[in-house]
Design a protein around this ligand. Structure first.
Ligand SMILES: [Mn+2]
Length: 401
């Protein structure tokens, strides 16, 4: 015996099957349907890879389903995917997380026998190949959603075998909810060879040999979950990790893209010069810069049309857009003038945010909106003032002819 096995496995987490996508300001039924399908496509791609690479096992580190109201559809799609692994005798190990704790697995749809779901107390299974023990896989599931205890101490490795710990937990990441919080140092003391983690949606290899790994989620759900998402194909040679191959799975790749209007005098030149094909295929656009096209973009419908068009020409879809452009103005010389416009521009520029806030609150009837006025961030308020002054400048200059 001893750690001398050669084998491969897939480490996947946070599939969030049947997720409702956030941040889709532009409504489109056909497209919403496709988005809704994307988490399933990612799952099926993972299964295809597992089968074609003939991996020895698959581990899923929690958040397989997105919500406790999991649809029958989601349960069936998952069961079918697991059965496809079973056809090739590929076992799959599941450690449940905060989105799919054990109490939410109603078992109304039964899972095939190649699936092992870890218990709330933690348990372990030995993987055998050709009559020989290859690996020790330990894991633990959340009994309920809100687990604030570090669950890693409940797991123990087998010193004689390559040992994998499957766990949904937060290793010192402030951006994610502190479920089963732990640290790299604590994990390293447990003595496993590979910590197959889930929960944090950005992928990262926190340590090598032993490996502490987050594969990230399989499909980004909003613009802050950008770039390609997927899973890891891990190769173990001579009882140690030899390669970590990232396998892209997500049909939709979120991205942000800035469309700069500076220097453009016509909409067609703006459309023709922006190639977004590298940015992703579901995008948040931001129009920036200063120029004559600013006035066109102030028409919301026109701006939306333009944003959709720019995206679709690169084969991407528009999720939402913002217009942050400025009119072409020689502000410096306008400010030097002696007219109303000059005084507006100077006042706007030299304004303290708190004065603006106080004045807003002093307006007749403003008491009802006090909560909202207080909630506006300083930056946002400065921007509003600047925007208002430029809007006024536009109007005054239009009148001047
Ligand atoms: Mn998750």
């Amino acid at each position: 015996m001893g750690k001398d096995g050669d084998f491969t496995f897939i480490h996947c987490a946070d599939l969030h099957l049947d997720s409702q996508f956030k941040g889709l300001a532009i409504k489109d039924d056909h497209w919403a349907k496709e988005m809704r399908e994307s988490t399933f496509i990612a799952l099926e791609r993972m299964v295809d890879i597992a089968r074609s690479k003939n991996v020895d096992l698959v581990v899923l580190a929690g958040d397989i389903f997105d919500s406790d109201e999991r649809s029958v559809r989601a349960q069936f799609r998952f069961r079918d995917a697991m059965s496809r692994l079973g056809e090739e005798n590929i076992p799959c190990f599941i450690a449940c997380g905060n989105h799919d704790p054990l109490e939410d697995w109603k078992d109304s749809v039964r899972l095939p026998e190649n699936v092992h779901r870890f218990s709330a107390a933690g348990d372990a299974v030995k993987i055998r190949k050709n009559g020989k023990e290859l690996a020790h896989v330990a894991g633990i599931s959340y009994p309920v959603r809100d687990v604030r205890e570090d669950l890693s101490p409940y797991l123990s490795p087998d010193d004689e075998l390559f040992s994998i710990a499957v766990l949904h937990c937060n290793v010192g990441n402030d951006d994610h909810a502190p479920y089963s919080p732990t640290t790299k140092e604590i994990l390293l003391q447990r003595g496993f060879d590979y910590y197959a983690l889930g929960h944090v949606h950005g992928r990262g290899i926190l340590n090598e040999r032993p490996h502490i790994v987050y594969p990230g989620n399989t499909q980004g759900r909003h613009v802050n979950e950008r770039d390609v998402k997927g899973c890891y194909l891990v190769t173990v040679r001579g009882g140690a990790v030899s390669t970590m191959d990232f396998i892209p799975l997500s049909p939709f790749i979120w991205g942000r893209y800035e469309v700069d209007i500076t220097g453009h005098t016509s909409l067609d030149s703006l459309i023709d010069t922006n190639d977004l094909s590298q940015a992703g295929n579901i995008l948040e656009l931001e129009f920036v810069g200063r120029g004559p096209l600013d006035s066109e973009l102030r028409d919301h419908e026109k701006a939306e049309d333009l944003a959709s068009l720019i995206c679709s020409r690169s084969g991407a879809r528009l999720a939402r857009f913002k217009v942050k452009t400025r009119p072409e103005l020689d502000l410096e010389s306008l400010r030097q003038g002696k007219d109303l416009l000059a005084s507006i521009l100077r006042t706007a520029e030299g304004r303290e945010v708190n004065d603006t806030r106080a004045e807003l609150k002093a307006l007749p009837g403003a008491l009802r909106f006090k909560r909202w006025i207080d909630a506006i961030e300083d930056d946002e308020l400065s921007e509003i003032v600047e925007e208002a002054s430029l809007l006024l400048a536009d109007r005054l200059l239009e009148d001047r002819g």
